[in-house]
Design a binder for this molecule. Structure first.
Ligand code: SIN
Length: 346
């Protein structure tokens, strides 16, 4: 992880003091990636361009906000470690506590963006806007999407109407709630969607338009914290011919929780279901999600949750369900009924 390094890109009272002050925290990703050839959009190196260079590619930002930029990390987000979540959330809270900061933008890799966004949505205690953004094309590419996404993210973070709605993802002109958003394409510039519920609104040409609000509790209205540690939680998929090897290995490794990425409406192969029921008997929390990518998992629908001691993930995909399960276990929520209530609430 790179040392934190704050740069005031438009400091002091001489540069448009009437504009909101936005902190930009860079963590790496394709938005900070470079390739040897401008036509290359795969096989590049992520997380190598520094935050000052990222901001320099978006001169229009100076008409929207005063920027305070920090390099928090320089990683490919596939390598993200929960310890970075602790660092990031604490830095966001420290910045948000300052009267002179109006909002925070985080640049991130797209690969685990939906996990970090939901994690921050559940733990950061602020009503100021926190906006994650990213890019599908490296900074060196023809038609790189990072600069426009960054401008949209800063514009959203500087908008008063964005307060009190938790953490957002601003991507390709759309505004998504952190809870809903998922990456749905390996290559498309329009790679993020909020399946079932749709985007919250749009940010385009300096304008922010909300279509709907955020209804579930988040940020200051949750009992969760990134400072309580990261209980071991594994994700295990169900598929044709699956064995119980992964469940047995997880039990032997002493995990605290398992999220099963079930088929369809969270249905589970009989072999795996028996193994998971045994995991529950050993005190491991088992959450039933779906590998499908949209829709919800109905409690006692495709599996007898009450009888087997499972919790249903509702509309959370397995990766987001793992985030919530880790936070809930770290907060001491082990009881099955309370865990189900957490999944029904957050
Ligand atoms: C990453 O997630 O860091 C690399 C891929 C991307 O940002 O699109």
């Amino acid at each position: 992880m790179a040392a934190m390094n704050t740069t005031f890109l438009s400091p002091g009272s001489t540069s448009a003091p009437q504009l909101p002050r936005i902190a930009v925290l860079a963590t790496g990703g394709t938005i900070a990636g470079t390739a040897s050839d401008a036509a290359q959009t795969a096989g590049y190196q992520a997380g190598v361009v520094g935050v000052e260079q990222l901001m320099a590619a978006v001169p229009a930002v100076s008409g929207v906000a005063r920027i305070e930029a920090e390099q928090i990390a320089s990683i490919d987000s596939k390598d993200l470690d929960p310890r970075l979540w602790t660092v990031l959330s604490q830095r966001i809270e420290a910045l948000a506590a300052r009267d002179d900061i109006n909002g925070i933008v985080v640049t991130h890799g797209t690969d685990t963006l939906e996990e970090t966004a939901y994690l921050l949505h559940l733990v950061v205690k602020t009503s100021k806007p926190v906006v994650l953004t990213a890019a599908m094309r490296p900074a060196s590419a023809l038609s790189a999407d990072g600069p426009m996404n960054l401008l949209g993210a800063v514009t959203l973070a500087a908008t008063r109407a964005a307060w009190g709605q938790g953490v957002f993802v601003a991507f390709n002109n759309r505004i998504h709630s952190a809870r809903d958003v998922v990456k749905t394409s390996t290559y498309a510039v329009d790679a993020f969607q909020s399946p079932e519920v749709g985007a919250l609104g749009w940010v385009q040409d300096g304008r922010v338009e909300f279509q709907r609000g955020v209804v579930r509790p988040h940020t200051g209205a949750t009992p969760f914290s990134a400072a309580l540690g990261w209980p071991a939680v594994e994700i295990i998929p169900s598929y044709a011919g699956v064995s119980r090897i992964a469940v047995d290995a997880a039990i032997a490794a002493g995990v605290r929780g398992i999220v099963v990425a079930g088929t369809g409406n969270g249905s589970i192969h009989g072999t795996l279901q028996v193994a998971l029921a045994e995991a529950v008997q050993r005190g491991i929390s088992v959450v039933r999600a779906s590998r499908v990518g949209s829709g919800h998992v109905i409690r006692n629908g495709a599996a007898p949750d009450d009888a087997l001691g499972f919790v249903s993930a509702g509309t959370l995909n397995p990766y987001k369900a793992r985030v919530l399960l880790m936070l809930a276990l770290a907060a001491g929520i082990n009881d099955r009924t309370l865990l189900q209530a957490a999944f029904d609430t957050y």
